[in-house]
Design a protein. Structure first.
Length: 140
């Protein structure tokens, strides 16, 4: 298990996803329950690698509550989706770089955050994420 990091107990201002006039709100309710939220940029090569790996996991475990919040030039979205096979993971393309970075909590991308009721309880990266640990966390 990932050790509990006191710096991770921060609330994601997820309200930006639901209150923005320039973005379509998610069809999934992210303000309640457990979710593994991916913050990705359409221009980031590592984000593409992260999305590919997370997509493989999502196909293997379709009940895992993954959700991607993607930022970047909308003209790159189709290419990103084609290269990463994004389809199985629900996502929002979010316009608004400042709010995106505030939700992510840093400028570091890709970011994979384990969230319960909008509170980040863990973070991992696409290299060390464990399917077993996700299952254990979801069962708690």
């Amino acid at each position: 298990m990932y050790p509990k990091d006191p710096s991770k107990n921060r609330v994601i201002p997820i309200r930006y996803l639901y209150q923005s006039k320039s973005n379509t709100p998610p069809k999934i309710e992210l303000r309640k329950g457990k979710h593994i939220v991916l913050f990705l940029s359409l221009q980031c090569g590592y984000c593409k690698k992260a999305e590919k790996k997370m997509g493989i996991i999502q196909r293997k475990f379709p009940n895992f509550p993954f959700y991607a919040i993607i930022n970047g030039d909308t003209t790159l979205l189709q290419t990103f989706m084609k290269e990463t096979r994004l389809a199985p993971i629900p996502f929002t393309h979010f316009n608004g770089a400042n709010e995106f970075m505030e939700m992510n909590g840093s400028a570091m991308l890709p970011s994979i955050q384990w969230v319960q009721d909008t509170v980040v309880v863990r973070e991992s990266n696409y290299v060390n994420i464990s399917e077993t640990e996700i299952e254990q966390w979801l069962q708690k």
